[in-house]
Design a protein around this ligand. Structure first.
Ligand SMILES: C[S@@+](CC[C@H](N)C(=O)[O-])C[C@H]1O[C@@H](n2cnc3c(N)ncnc32)[C@H](O)[C@@H]1O
Length: 215
């Protein structure tokens, strides 16, 4: 399977109409945790099994990964979890607009593709427009969790978030980074980095009451 796909290629610019929450989940009124770039899906499978009164949605641009995550989900008969194929930068805003007020409570962006070269920075997933979509539909006090093993990448995500003013960094009482995944589950990449004993930069942001400007 290809390691990276170019999210800016014409093929991935086509907006996909994602099924509404009432089709995705058995009880569509539960709070929602959205994981962006869900890859093999293990992180959300673990959370969905542990927390039946939450709904979990994993979005992923590599379709074969979505298909295999869905096969695992179906085998486990998890009806509070769904994996969907899309480019979040193109298709997420429309889906979020169909949620009930205060329903989007958690968003995680974990080890997103780094796209190191300057000319490729526009391929990075956390762009201002995506952050604005999350901020527009997330409830007050909702959580935006980001983590990466690449310092430059976490810094650039934090720049996007801090510039927006819609989120406040959670006070870690003197610590610079969270030392564990706050949801007590691990992603594939996270386990790989832990095994290699490399640093992980984790930051939690909380949606404040600043409303979005219209422009
Ligand atoms: C490095 S992987 C990390 C996967 C997983 N979060 C983890 O920590 O193990 C980043 C994932 O984000 C996906 N991705 C990148 N850009 C995306 C986009 N615009 N929309 C949806 N998924 C995207 C990639 O295909 C890849 O599976």
């Amino acid at each position: 399977m290809r390691q990276h796909v170019n999210p800016l290629s014409q093929f991935f610019q086509l907006p996909l109409a994602l099924p509404s929450k009432s089709i995705l989940f058995k009880d569509s009124l539960y709070p929602i945790h959205l994981d962006i770039g869900s890859a093999k899906g293990e992180f959300l499978i673990e959370l969905a099994s542990k927390y039946p009164k939450w709904n979990f949605l994993g979005l992923e641009i590599r379709e074969p990964l979505v298909n295999s995550s869905e096969r695992k989900r179906k085998k486990l008969e998890l009806h509070n979890l769904k994996f969907l194929y899309c480019n979040v930068n193109v298709s997420l805003d429309e889906w979020l607009s169909g949620l009930d007020y205060d329903q989007l409570k958690r968003v995680s962006i974990q080890f997103p593709d780094p796209w190191f070269k300057r000319k490729h920075m526009k391929r990075r997933v956390l762009q201002k427009s995506l952050l604005n979509s999350i901020a527009r539909y997330m409830c007050k006090d909702g959580e935006l969790f980001i983590q990466s093993d690449i310092f430059n990448l976490i810094s650039s995500m934090m720049d996007v978030i801090d510039t927006s003013t819609y989120f406040d960094r959670k006070d870690l009482q003197g610590l610079k980074w969270l030392n564990k995944n706050p949801y007590k589950a691990y992603t594939d990449r996270e386990l790989f980095v832990i095994k290699k004993n490399l640093p992980i930069y984790r930051a939690m942001y909380i949606r404040n009451s600043t409303s979005l400007s219209t422009n």
